[in-house]
Write a protein that binds this ligand. Sequence first.
Ligand code: SF4
Length: 342
Amino acid sequence: MASIYDTAGLEALRVRNAVQPHRMKLFRNALFKKARGWDEALETLPENARTDFADTLRFESLELAERHDSEIDGASKLIFKTTDGHLIESVILRPKTGRTSLCISSQIGCACYCSFCATGKMGFTRNLTSDEILDQVTQASRLVKPEGRSIRNVVFMGMGEPLLNLAHLFEALEFLRAAPLFNYAGSRLMVSTVGIPQAMARFTEQHPEVQLALSLHSARQEVREKLMPQARTYTLDRLREELLNASQNGKVMIEYLMLAGVNDGEEDLLALEDYLRDIPVHINIIPFNEYAGCNLRGTPKAEMTGFSNRLKAAGFQTTLRYSLGADIAAACGQLVQHKKGF
Ligand code: SF4
């Protein structure tokens, strides 16, 4: 069976059934731009081609196993099951701005073991294929369509480290960017990394238009090493070189999770200002979603606001984020981790 994300396979099918290119365009538009169901998409094809397309194509790579809707802020967590029986998560975010975003996973589990992350406690199972990455976007797009919404932004901030699944990440980004397919502008796509310098360099070179976010969380080497084991190999000094390189394509997002007594003190603030000085960045200050099994605590809101204001006063473009989906364990890996009994 050919996947709907296999462009060469789709073209072979088109030729075999003598489908005119404009009818094929209608079919692709129905699937990827208009978020129609596959039965509706098939109706855009000539009648004599429909059976062969239906029998040959695999329309879904993931099965939607569960959906959890927040009662407080419009976030929805989707649990997908892979064909080999693993669970992954995607989160639909419906902030008050009305711009619907989708946070997607790139791996099953993760090998980075960040101490604050539920996914990091699961260990690593395997990379997601590009089909599995893209299917999260297709299925979420269909889910929000009846609400009159579309997925405006796609962020790779779910389970896994996307830059450790570079080949499939690049395939997925190419499909998302391609004008005849999803046609996402690079500014609407964001890839978040813990900081893998050589992969950041390849990403910057091959996808300069796609936004990059660095999960920094501390500008003090010893603190960062405790939070993120990868920091022992990829030091802050080495990461700064890649940040400067990446920022030539536009501002890099800096993600800073606020953890009480860990990275929210005066010393941390000064180190952060010093580290990011003269690099074009946008700093996102993020509240921590506390969860059972993790003894880290979030910084109180007033202190977060103070930290954020100090960065602004120092000249940094800074946004204090709100936590969405706290009642549905929307932070990366929390719900799957709970289901697996970790
Ligand atoms: S924060 Fe990201 S990189 Fe770190 S363990 Fe979690 S999924 Fe992996």
